[in-house]
Write a protein that binds this ligand. Structure first.
Ligand code: NAD
Length: 316
C-alpha cells in the first residue's frame, strides 16, 4: 500500500523563508500554496490541529509566532482582526523577532486606521508593514485566485509581491491601510447584497417562484452580484452553508467599513441598517455560523407568512 503521508516539496533555492501566523480557513490553503511554490514556510496558530495541517502540507509548525518569525524573510499574518494582529506584532517586537528592515504583510481584514497607526509604530523601529487583505474565499485561497488589495510603498509592495503572486491577483491600492479600507468597503457591499438577495428570493418563493429560475433571471439582469452568482447557487440552495467565511467575521468587516465612513464624514445610512440586520442574525446564530446562514435565518424569521396572494393579488 502506498504511504498516504504527502512528501514535502523541496524548498527552491533562493526562495525566501516565510513566517505565516494564522492557519485557519484561509491561512491553511494559502500557506500550503507557498509550500508548494518552494518556500520554506514556518507557521504558527494557537490551534494544534491547524499546525498539524501545515505539517501535513510540508510546512514547519512553529511553537510560537516568535519562533516562526525569527530570521524569516517575510512575516505574513492571516488573523481574525486588528486587535489580534496588534497583539501578535507587539509580542514579536518585544521578543526581538522583527529585525531592522523586516517586512510584515498583514493579509487579515483589519481596520485601516489601526493599520496606519501600527505602520507608524513599526517604522519607528525600522520595520515595514504592507496590508494585503483578500477576497475570493476559501476556494480562491485553494486555487491561488484571490484578489489581493495591497497597500504600502512601491518598494515594499514589490518585495511582498514575489510571495503574493503565488496566492492571487495583486491590486496595488495606494498607501498603507488602503488595502484594508477597500476590503472592508467591499464586504459592506457584499453583505448588503446578500441580505437583500435573500429577502427577494424569500418573497419570490412565497409567491410561488422557483429560486433557481429567479437566480437565472437575476444573473442575466441588473440584480446580479456575488451573492446571486456564487453564494446562493453554491452554498445556500444546496443547503451546505459551507463557504468557510464566518458570519461574525463578515459583521466585523461591515463595522470596519461603517467606522471608516464615519471617520471621514461620509454617509453610511444603508450600511448602518444592514449592520443592524446582520447583528440580529449574529446574536441568534451560533458563534461559528457561516455567513451564508443569514439566508436561512431570513427565511425563518422574516415577516410571518400570510399565505400566497389570491388571483386578484390580494392577501388571503
Ligand atoms: P479563521 O477563524 O478560520 O482563522 C483564524 C485563525 O487565527 C484561527 O485558526 C485561530 O486559531 C488563529 N489565531 C487567533 N488568534 C491567534 C494568535 N494570537 N496567534 C496565532 N493564531 C491565532 O478565519 P479565516 O476565515 O481564516 O479568516 C482570517 C482573516 O481573513 C480574517 O480577518 C477574515 O476576515 C479574512 N478573510 C476571510 C475569508 C474567508 O472566506 N474565510 C475571506 C477573505 C478574508
Amino acid at each position: 500500500m502506498s504511504d498516504p503521508t504527502p512528501t514535502a516539496p523541496e524548498p527552491v533555492e533562493g526562495r525566501a523563508t516565510v513566517a505565516f501566523v494564522g492557519l485557519g480557513n484561509m491561512g491553511t490553503p494559502m500557506s500550503s500554496r507557498l509550500v508548494a511554490a518552494g518556500y520554506t514556510v514556518r507557521g504558527f496558530d494557537l490551534s494544534d490541529e491547524a499546525r498539524d495541517r501545515l505539517a501535513q502540507a510540508g510546512g514547519i509548525p512553529a511553537s510560537s509566532a516568535t519562533d516562526a518569525a525569527t530570521g524569516a524573510d517575510l512575516t505574513v499574518l492571516m488573523l481574525p482582526n486588528s486587535a489580534i494582529v496588534t497583539s501578535v506584532v507587539d509580542d514579536l517586537l518585544a521578543a526581538g523577532a522583527l529585525a531592522d528592515g523586516a517586512l510584515v504583510v498583514d493579509m487579515s481584514s483589519s481596520e485601516p486606521l489601526e493599520t496606519r497607526a501600527l505602520s507608524k509604530r513599526l517604522a519607528a523601529v525600522g520595520v515595514r508593514l504592507v496590508d494585503a487583505p483578500v477576497s475570493g474565499g476559501v476556494k480562491g485561497a485553494q486555487g491561488g485566485t484571490l484578489t489581493i488589495m495591497v497597500g504600502g510603498s512601491d518598494d515594499d509592495v514589490a518585495e511582498a509581491r514575489a510571495v503574493l503572486d503565488h496566492l492571487g491577483r495583486v491590486v496595488p491600492t495606494g498607501a498603507v491601510g488602503s488595502g484594508h479600507a477597500v476590503k472592508a468597503l467591499n464586504n459592506l457591499l457584499s453583505a448588503t447584497h446578500l441580505w437583500v438577495t435573500s429577502e427577494a428570493i424569500e418573497a419570490g418563493v412565497r409567491f410561488g417562484l422557483d429560486p433557481e429560475v429567479m437566480l437565472s433571471v437575476f444573473n442575466g439582469s441588473s440584480g446580479r452580484s456575488g451573492s446571486t452568482e456564487n453564494k446562493w447557487p453554491n452554498f445556500i440552495l444546496p443547503g451546505t452553508f459551507d463557504s468557510g467565511f464566518g458570519l461574525r467575521l463578515m459583521l466585523k468587516d461591515m463595522r470596519i467599513a461603517a467606522g471608516l465612513a464615519r471617520a471621514v464624514g461620509a454617509p453610511t445610512e444603508l450600511g448602518e441598517d444592514a449592520i443592524g440586520f446582520w447583528a440580529t442574525a449574529a446574536d441568534a446564530l451560533e458563534p461559528a455560523a457561516d455567513h451564508t446562514r443569514v439566508a436561512e435565518w431570513i427565511a425563518q424569521h422574516a415577516a410571518v407568512d400570510s399565505g400566497p396572494p389570491s388571483e386578484e393579488g390580494e392577501r388571503r
